[in-house]
Design a protein around this ligand. Structure first.
Ligand code: FDA
Ligand code: GRG
Length: 452
């Protein structure tokens, strides 16, 4: 006989483990499956950085000491020439990514969720316009489970979402150019790292076209650093591993270092899915494109989507209605807490990726963008006012008026996108028109600012 659950969660990375924990805490009957076994969930290449503000919002302030690799007090951003350095102060952690997912999953299981490792979600079961369960595969056995709601938390695989009908907005595929392909190594250096509480990001289009390279120390593990590099996808750029080895690991600081871990994966650096939910289904984390488009961090925001989705599912099940309309609160919550910022930053990301190293150097050295702007940009995606004012003040007599004029237009489009997301549809029936309007603004932005 088929098994039945309130919710089946496919994927137990941070997004899946966290949503399972929230749902199980509310007393729901939850099944979580992952192709990995319990001890290896969360084992995906990562820079391991997470902002303290996310941990506060998610109720994860007091993570066990043994999953903290480092305490972060700020991030240095280096200009292409290396001559300008912005220090953006902010609290965060370097986490043991496997330890974090395992910790969240254990909390879910302690609250009654069932976990099945080495189990793949292979097919959605759709009946009457609703997702009603999943076909699972484990040890050469394929079987079905029924549920009121299915959550796809399978990261880039989007194992369920991409098999849903094309007219369900959750099935939307991303453009390869909207990904960064990122690769990192964890290395033990011969010498101690200076300022181990400061993460470092380096901008340079030759070294990391359409991305950046990073050097993230683990302050709690002497001499350990997470060093990696991301390049924009879909553009035929060299593999980030080759670039990292050629330009970064050849530097003196890495001489005699040893490799502890190595690996890479795509990072979806774009705006969020236009809807995280549809009839009987919700998508969270990378599968819902919840990553910050500018810096590529996605752990915190993936769990923000899980928080919003869990609350909406709990309420929908209480009402006995798992339609898109009933689950819609997940969208209102996510767009309000993070999605709007993401969509606004996605406009800025597209502009940044078009800039030359000379433009970036100029922007950072001439004070068009300053440290304090980056602080407000990172927290709310609101570069508009501060930069617009300064750009206007500086515009006459500067060496690059065309760059400033473009920046003003970028800020205008960021503002227009913000307005659209602040008026995100209240009900599913309004989504189609809203999406068309958003697409039209982006199309216009590409034509008028990116000159495509
Ligand atoms: P994630 O991919 O972690 O989990 C998906 C889970 O689904 C996996 O456990 C997988 O096994 C499982 N799965 C897949 N298919 C399945 C199927 N068919 N059936 C069952 N299970 C299935 N973020 C950040 O915040 N700070 C950082 O420093 C970095 N740095 C960074 C560096 C690099 C190199 C990369 C590639 C990425 C980052 N990120 C990051 C991004 C961050 O890693 C990412 O946003 C989160 O891990 C997303 O978590 P999810 O749980 O959504 O997906
Ligand atoms: C090269 C695009 C690319 C991807 C590499 C290394 C990496 C992936 C991501 C690291 C991202 C990073 C610097 C995270 C720092 C932690 C953090 C969340 C900083 C605070 O910045 P906010 O406030 O963060 O902008 P949120 O998550 O709220 O957007």
């Amino acid at each position: 006989m088929d098994e039945r659950f309130d919710v089946v969660v496919a994927g137990a990375g941070v997004a899946g483990a966290y949503v399972a924990f929230r749902l199980a805490s509310a007393g729901l009957k939850v099944l979580v499956v992952d192709i990995k076994e319990f001890d290896r969930v969360g084992d995906k290449p990562c820079g391991d950085a997470i902002g303290g503000h996310h941990l506060n919002l998610l109720g994860l302030r007091d993570l066990p000491q043994d999953i903290v690799e480092g305490y972060v007090k700020g991030i240095d951003i280096h200009s292409p020439s290396g001559k300008v350095r912005f220090r953006v102060l902010g609290e965060g952690l370097e986490v043991d990514r496997v330890g974090l997912a395992r910790y969240l999953l254990k909390r879910a299981v302690d609250r009654g969720a069932e976990f099945r490792g080495r189990t793949a979600a292979v097919e959605p079961l759709i009946r009457g316009g609703y997702l009603r369960g999943l076909k699972l595969h484990s040890s050469s056995r394929t079987y079905e489970v029924q549920s009121s709601v299915v959550v796809d938390a399978t990261g880039n695989a989007r194992a369920i979402a991409r098999r849903l009908p094309k007219d369900w907005p959750v099935s939307e595929e991303a453009d390869p150019k909207d990904f960064n392909i990122a690769y990192r190594e964890v290395r033990v250096l011969k010498d101690e790292v200076e300022e181990p509480h400061i993460l470092r990001i380096y901008l340079n289009k030759i070294v990391a076209p359409g991305g950046y390279w990073w050097f993230f120390p683990y302050s709690e593990r002497r001499n350990y650093v997470n060093v990696g590099l991301g390049v924009q996808g879909g553009r035929g750029y060299p593999h980030p591993r080759d670039l990292l080895h050629r330009y970064v690991l050849s530097q003196q600081v890495f001489a005699g270092s040893t490799v502890v871990e190595a690996g890479g994966a795509p990072v979806p650096t774009r705006g969020p899915l236009s809807s995280l939910v549809w009839n009987g289904v919700a998508i969270v984390g990378d599968a819902a494109y919840t990553v910050n488009p500018v810096h590529g961090g996605g752990k915190g925001s993936s769990m923000v989507s899980s928080l919003c989705v869990a609350d909406a599912i709990i309420e929908a099940l209480e009402l006995g209605d798992v339609s898109a309309g009933s689950l819609w609160k997940a969208n209102i919550c996510y767009m309000g807490n993070y999605g709007t910022k993401q969509a606004v930053l996605d406009i800025f990301r597209r502009f940044l990726q078009e800039l030359s190293d000379e433009d970036l150097e100029f922007g950072m050295s001439a004070g068009i963008v300053k440290e304090e702007d980056l602080n407000s940009l990172s927290l709310r995606g609101e570069l508009e006012l501060s930069v617009a004012e300064k750009a206007l003040r500086l515009v006459s007599g500067l060496r690059r008026p065309s760059l400033l004029a473009r920046l003003r237009r970028v800020l205008d489009y960021m503002g227009r996108i913000r307005q659209m997301y602040e008026n995100y549809p209240k009900v599913p029936s309004q989504l189609h028109t809203w999406r068309s309007e958003v697409s039209e603004i982006i199309r216009e932005f590409e034509e008028r600012v990116l000159m495509r």
